[in-house]
Design a protein around this ligand. Structure first.
Ligand code: 0RA
Length: 662
């Protein structure tokens, strides 16, 4: 049987057909590299910065597959000067022999036929697929230039492509005594709206991959950044401890309840399960889940199986040992998860993803497999570690007690609200529009900036809620204290959202009556301001996560400088812009008379604040993603937590930024 893909390559190779002189319908029917260029979003999600970074993972995934198959222990990633990327691995190398049916080198097939990557390799199942896994040929299609170099069977082979089209046959250019693949590619500016690779994004994922694939060494080098000693910025990630080390690192700033994380490893029916978990003294759960190395932000059957096991095993243990005898109320699933940090990683041959962002595992057989694997190990652990087991159960009881207190506090606040006619907070300056879709609320740091914002706003659709100083420290506070806090009560009532418990004791945010679809955090552009932003974000992350997930949370960006010449005033958001403006306005770049540095929102008058920060025509709003909020939460935990060394390290590392505002 001739597959569509076989035909495709021929089309791609046929120069006449590549001139684009046939109809759009025709092109769409062919699932070739032209289709990838035509609808890049369908293959890599988007053509913004996210899609740009996705290209790297498409290539690295192939190298990881080599690692999983047992042939590769080193991957080197380089960001080159012009934002091109090089990925070097020491795997088997892409096969280069003639493909019998297609009559061309297998290398060319892998690079130019969609989804061809795994086809040669039926024995080892490809597990790193999942959300990625559209194949290295997509990267090829979306690059102005891609070069593949293969070290295999004693020879060095190479082939280059432009926008996916081979620039010649596969050539032998030398001899070698190693094996591996080197892919270098330059993303196509015709496709991507952003071409700049972010070191942090790539490094963070490399770190994560090193924990998920223990024994693998990943190196990242940024040739755009030179260090003081003249070398390029570089980092190496390697973990011998794998998930156990991952959990320890996640909990670095928290106080652990048990000495070493509990580690589960099992395999049933081709599904591999690995879990590491530990309890700490905090009140929140930190659970990370992966399927075939891909983060499943919406959880799924593997997470459900894990939770099922934790509930069952701890509940049985507590009951069997009479530890719950004094507890007067029901202990719920949530109570077993407070202060739990865990990483759940499964490898599934044919994963099915569902959910809004395809971040949820659907395979139902995985639930039982994970639940059994975790149940067995945790059961044995509890029997062997009675002292630590008691510590955890005591903590569970404490969590249940706190949850009851919190429920009472919440009900009190909500009932009072009903009694007083459900009135809005006195400090809120509401907008006149009653259409949530058209309305926005600014959460403003401090009463004085709040006053300016009230004068400067467009009252038709903009509401202002001033927040006094630093809102409650949600890391340290007990939950019921949070609901009793004035500022936090104000946020709940102003937004029109409330928290309810479901039958599992889980707190669920009701956002049906959300009164504004844009919630904008507006703080000073200095260290204190960003600290308060972190604090508010952490609050949203822990108590109002759906608002972030649904894209309702934004951060305002007030300018740092006003550059003035006579009556003309312009604003700058960074140093580079400031210098540029100073020159444009004819003042010369170091002309201090003309430049005003804004330290706080309060230094702007109402008109300036409207003009630069609130007016939808000019302002810069940054939409908060769940990743931002997660990072805020981590940073925050570290800054507020009990552990001093990471906090000191952070403050030292950021000292240069802090100084700017001193
Ligand atoms: C097809 C088949 C085999 C390996 C690969 C592709 C492969 C692709 C990439 C991309 C980057 N690095 C890579 N390394 C390997 C299996 C090879 C065999 O059976 O020998």
């Amino acid at each position: 049987m001739e597959t569509t893909e076989n035909k495709l390559t021929d089309d791609v190779k046929d120069p006449k057909k590549n001139k684009g002189d046939y109809g759009a319908d025709n092109i769409q029917a062919l699932e070739g590299l032209e289709a990838v260029r035509k609808r890049p979003g369908m293959y890599i999600g988007s053509t913004d910065s996210k899609g740009l970074h996705h290209l790297v993972w498409e290539v690295v995934d192939n190298s990881i597959d080599e690692h999983l198959a047992g042939y590769c222990d080193k991957i080197d990633l380089t960001i080159e000067e012009g934002n091109s990327i090089r990925v070097v691995d020491n795997g088997r190398g892409i096969p280069t022999d003639m493909h019998a049916k297609l009559k061309k080198s297998a290398l060319e097939v892998v690079m130019t036929v969609l989804h061809a990557g795994g086809k040669f390799d039926k024995d080892t199942y490809k597990v790193s697929g999942g959300l990625h896994g559209v194949g290295v040929s997509c990267v090829n299609a979306l690059s102005t230039l891609l070069t593949a170099e293969v070290h295999r069977s004693g020879k060095v082979y190479t082939q280059s492509y432009r926008q996916g089209k081979p620039q010649g046959d596969v050539e032998v250019i030398g001899e070698t005594d190693t094996t591996g693949t080197i892919i270098t590619f330059q993303p196509d500016p015709e496709i991507f709206s952003s071409l700049e690779y972010k070191y942090e994004i790539l490094a963070t994922r490399c770190r994560e991959l090193s924990y998920l694939n223990k024994g693998l060494t990943l190196t990242i080098t940024d040739q755009r950044q030179k260090m003081e000693d003249g070398s390029f910025r570089t980092e190496t990630f390697h973990s011998e401890g794998g998930l156990k080390e991952f959990v320890k690192q996640l909990d670095e700033a928290r106080t652990p309840l048990i000495d070493t994380p509990i580690h589960v490893k099992g395999k049933e029916e081709d599904v591999e399960v690995e879990v590491a978990m530990q309890y700490n003294t905090s009140y929140t759960e930190h659970l990370f889940s992966y399927v075939n190395n891909i983060n499943t932000s919406e959880g799924g059957t593997h997470v459900a199986g894990f939770r099922m096991a934790v509930n069952r095993v701890f509940k049985n243990y507590g009951e069997a040992n009479g530890l719950f005898s004094k507890v007067k109320f029901e202990i719920s699933g949530e109570d077993f998860r407070e202060g739990l940090t865990a990483v759940v990683s499964v490898k599934v041959p044919e994963p099915q993803f569902k959910g809004q962002t395809k971040g949820e595992l659907g395979n139902s057989e995985v639930r039982g497999i994970v639940s059994r694997a975790v149940g067995d190990v945790v059961n044995a652990w509890l029997e062997e570690n009675p002292k630590e087991a008691k510590k955890i159960v005591d903590k569970v009881i404490l969590a249940a007690t706190a949850r009851h207190a919190a429920r009472k506090a919440r009900e009190m606040v909500q009932r009072k609200n009903v009694l007083t006619g459900g009135g809005l907070p006195g400090k809120l300056a509401d907008c006149s529009s009653k259409d949530p879709g058209a309305s926005e609320i600014f959460l403003v740091e401090g009463d004085s900036a709040g006053g300016t914002a009230k004068q400067g706003r467009d009252r038709l659709f903009q509401a202002i809620l001033p927040l006094r100083g630093k809102i409650l420290n949600v890391e340290k506070a007990l939950e019921h204290k949070i609901y009793e806090n004035e500022e936090i009560k104000n946020i709940f009532t102003a937004l029109g959202v409330s928290i309810q418990e479901n039958e599992d004791g889980e707190r669920v945010l009701n956002i049906e009556k959300l009164r504004y679809h844009k919630v904008v955090i507006m703080c000073d552009a200095d260290v204190d301001g960003s600290h308060i932003t972190t604090l508010i974000l952490t609050f949203f992350f822990r108590y109002m996560k759906p608002l972030i997930e649904n894209g309702h949370i934004y951060i305002a960006a007030p300018p740092l400088y006003q550059v003035r010449r006579g009556k003309k005033a312009e604003y700058a958001w960074n140093e580079e812009q400031r210098q540029q403006l100073a020159i444009e306005l004819g003042g010369g770049k170091e002309d201090a008379v003309t430049i005003q540095r804004y330290k706080g929102l309060g230094e702007m008058n109402a008109e300036q604040l409207w003009e630069t920060t609130m007016n939808p025509e000019n302002r810069i709003l940054r939409q908060v993603t769940i990743d931002d909020a997660f990072n805020a939460d981590q940073t925050f935990t570290m800054l507020m937590g009990d552990e001093v060394p990471p906090r000191r390290a952070f403050i030292e590392a950021n000292a240069k930024y802090a100084k700017v505002d001193v």
